[in-house]
Design a protein around this ligand. Structure first.
Ligand code: GLU
Length: 409
């Protein structure tokens, strides 16, 4: 099953429990606009290179399209459509006034120099500037993009359209970024861990965690978990994983990461493979890397009580059914990792008002949004006897469906 098909499987499963006409279902499933562009640049050695860029705008009935741009070799129409759709449902679950979009460039940024990356980024914005805008479509960081790329994007867009900090979110703090945006997705995942554990009468202090990944999301989640007494046993990056059954020293691991650019060979921990990491015995397993991690081939061997989907699309439908049968609580991506886009909303609001919030205010508002969304999903899942994923989709489809009808078809 391909990525967009998997997202639509979940969507249709929720739609079956709702009273929606075929026409509305079709409107909600299909993207409103698909943009594909060729990006030609000159490499540092004088040769020319071509890349393909995408911006899929899935739905904007609740507000401007919103979602990240990733730079990765797996970026294609199918993945971008799947991820754009997930953004529509994610912004609706946490009730921020945005729609959903996603995109990126099919490239391997590790093979490009900084100046080549800058040229690719700027060329991409030149190609899509007329379909994005602070009230139209607002990109953000995603896999392999961060404040640096957002700064180039804001600058390139502003050259064409004038000063416009609200064109992208996730910008550097010194360039109209928001304090707390960088940590927001990880913080949101940590909050959701806490809420999910409570439903099983468990607490952070007596829980063990395993994370696939240790990038922006997992590293911040691990630090918040550490501060609240949770024990992270294993993490990984593209080179492999590390494991210590007594728990990893997260502060030292952050330093090790800085010095070595990898988690591998961390003193006091064993190096393990990604497959071994996913099968470790723990309370909470957090996939925080790319999608399609859990399939029918490994779902029976996963050894945890709760899965917090920090990555987008980590669970394929066959695996999801197995997790449901095995009573593993899966908190879906459209809720678990929504802290990032919730905080993007705060950044956008601050940019529109030319005003900035304190970190404390950002954290308070983010915590409220995440807790409210979790409670709503939890209650609906209990009352309708459906999975958290189906409950989250029902809530989101209800909200998007309502605005679609109210605006007139
Ligand atoms: N890329 C992040 C996500 O998948 C953030 C999107 C945003 O802030 O617009 O949720």
């Amino acid at each position: 099953m391909k990525a967009f098909e998997a997202t639509n499987y979940y969507l249709k499963k929720a739609m079956q429990t709702m009273d929606l006409s075929d026409h509305i279902q079709h409107l909600l499933i299909q993207p409103q606009r698909e943009v594909k562009v060729k990006i030609g640049i000159e490499l540092d050695n004088g040769e020319l290179a071509n890349f393909t860029g995408f911006r899929m705008q899935h739905n904007n009935s609740r507000g401007p399209y919103k979602g990240g741009l990733r730079f990765h070799p797996t970026v294609d129409e199918d993945h971008a459509n799947s991820l754009a759709s997930l953004m529509t449902w994610k912004t609706a679950v946490v009730d921020v006034p945005f729609g959903g979009a996603k995109g990126g460039i099919n490239c391997d940024p590790s093979l490009l120099s900084e100046s080549e990356l800058e040229r690719v980024t700027r060329k991409f914005i030149q190609q899509i500037h007329d379909v994005i805008g602070p009230t139209v479509d607002i990109p953000a960081p995603d896999v392999n993009t961060s404040g640096r790329e957002m700064a180039w994007m804001m600058d390139e867009y502003s050259k064409i359209h004038g000063f416009n900090p609200g064109i992208v979110t996730g910008k550097p703090l010194d360039l109209f970024g928001a304090d707390g945006r960088e940590e927001a997705t990880g913080r949101g995942c940590w909050l959701i861990c806490e809420e999910a554990l409570k439903t099983l009468n468990r607490s952070m202090q007596d829980a063990t965690f395993v994370m696939q990944g240790f990038g922006n999301v997992a590293s911040f989640a691990a630090q918040f978990i550490d501060e609240s007494g949770g024990k992270t046993l294993a993490v990984s990056d593209i080179n492999g994983g590390i494991y210590n059954s007594e728990g990893l020293d997260i502060a030292k691991l952050m330093q090790h990461m800085k010095d070595n650019k990898t988690v591998i060979n961390f003193p006091g921990a064993d190096n393990i493979t990604q497959d071994e990491l996913l099968r470790l015995n723990c309370d909470v397993l957090m996939p925080a890397a790319l999608g399609e991690v859990f399939t029918k081939d490994n779902a029976d061997e996963i050894n945890c009580k709760i899965i917090i989907e920090a990555a987008n699309g980590p669970t394929m439908p066959e695996a999801d059914e197995i997790f449901n049968q095995r009573n593993i609580l899966v908190v879906p991506d459209i809720l678990s990792n929504a802290g990032g886009v919730a905080c993007s909303y705060f950044e956008w609001v601050q940019n529109m008002q030319h005003f900035s919030w304190t970190l404390e205010k950002t954290r308070t508002e983010l915590d409220l949004i995440m807790q409210k969304a979790f409670n709503k999903v939890h209650q609906l899942a209990k009352s309708k006897k459906v999975s958290y994923r189906t409950a989250a989709f029902i809530i989101a489809i209800g909200r998007v469906g309502k605005t679609t009808v109210l605006r007139g078809i």
